[in-house]
Design a protein around this ligand. Sequence first.
Ligand code: B12
Ligand code: SF4
Length: 477
Amino acid sequence: MNNHNKPSIVVASPSCFYYRPGVRREQIKSSQLLLASYLSQHFPVTYVDFEHSIGQANTRVQVKRFERRARELLANMEFDILAISCWTSLSYLATMTVARCCRDLYPDRLIVVGGYHSTARPEDFVTEDNLFDYVIRGEGEIALKDIAASYPATGRPTETQVIVGQALEPSDYVPMNWDLVEDLVRTNFPDGLGTLVTFLSRGCPFGCAFCMETLKTRRWRCASVEYAINEVQAAAERFKFSALGFGDACFGVRSKWRKEFLRELVNLKPDFWVLFETRPEYLDEEDIALLGQIKSQVQIGLESCSPEMLSIMNKSRQPDKYLTKYREASHCLSDHGVVHGANLIFNHPGETGKTLQETFAVVDEELSRGMSTVIWTSHDYVHFPGSYIDNNRGLFEEKYGTQFLCPEWWKLSEEQYTNGRKVIPSHDLAGDRLKLWSDMLEARDQQMRDALTPTALSLAAGSQYEKWLNDPRIIDI
Ligand code: B12
Ligand code: SF4
């Protein structure tokens, strides 16, 4: 240890193994950077992203190569504590590999793991040989700061310790320390970034059945408007990017904060796109009129238009009211020219032919209104550990005939993108009927395309609907 009171920390994003080749990687992993930013106030911190420095590994040969490169990189790094982020379960195998390389090289150094996966499945990191010293559940800042502060005196614990991290209060939020990724950005993105993400709040008060956010502190905690605006300005002054995203689990829950922030944001006259995800309840006409004055794109976590599915998903206790709210918000967003994604999850446990009909009936009704800025963004259900569904698999199996065909996909050296989706939602949607939703979507392809304004069409083609890229109405954005 160079400085006896201040151990040095490497915060590492370990990459993903066996994730579908060609899936776009996140340019800057902002959650990990946020953690590193907080720690850098107290300790010397380096941030590394093995996905950038080594790459993803999608075959056994690539995994072997990854292991070799990780060993070389770690051998050339100065640090006392390796803090690995198993943020997504897709990083589980890579996390284990990086930790193993580190332990082989440095038997005395501290290895800590945190992130959504360790929050959901801490036991996945408890090994006979105590590979990890600490497994942190929930937010990592305070737990890691305490561990690092006591490490010089206590050294490695004799057994793996599982700790629930105390959630950070807004008074302790620290701005992103962009210095930590200066070299990474300069080396990997010399022409500028696509989307840069920062955070203005934490927590979500809702409890959707498929979402892992529910495992963390649910209280919505926002930074002050002044802090939030400073974050926007600091990012814009520092880097060139086409969009700034707010990665908040649920943007703008408190109406007064939201309006004040949006007013200040409009005053900044941003020349980049602003992106965030929220619920329809948190967008009224005043907010939308403000958003209409800047280049903004809103993701709405609608998830389904079937009242029955919305109940099963625990999206809302009053599904009909929720759908009315969605329609009002969506129409108003279209009236103000604000592009918005209506995110839908299909084949969620409990889904049947009837619930699909209900969803597409609403989609059809919306399409019949003519030109709009709504992009229907559709995904298959992906089974993540720690969600309500995962914790109550038996209940779904019994009630709907759901089958979880690969319940621990993150542990297998096989294509995880496919394995995570191996769920039969109900007795009714098995076999060939599993692709019923994508057939129903495909049948509406032309209508969906024609209903979009040129800006919305161009944004849709640039993201989810690549097949629309040859449409003559596409414009440069
Ligand atoms: C913002 C977000 C994104 C952004 C990320 C932006 C960016 N550039 O970083 C975007 C939209 C790009 C995105 C992409 C993906 N996401 Co996402 N995303 C979120 C979201 C909405 C919010 C995260 C958040 O609140 N951050 C705020 C910070 C403060 O909290 P945090 O991220 O949890 O970080 C804290 C702790 O986890 C902990 N921690 C993290 N690392 C470490 C390390 C150590 C050592 C310690 C001690 C602690 C620690 O400390 C951090 C600070 O407090 C969540 C949850 C949700 N409601 O949907 C999903 C969520 C995290 N995403 C998820 C997924 C699956 C993905 C994708 C894989 C989707 C896909 N198929 O491509 C990709 C993966 C991208 C990647 N490789 O990094 C899942 C993860 C589930 C899982 N088990 O894997 C979540 C939980 C949603 C869900 N389905 O439930 N995502
Ligand atoms: S899906 Fe969205 S609204 Fe539901 S719990 Fe997760 S973050 Fe909250």
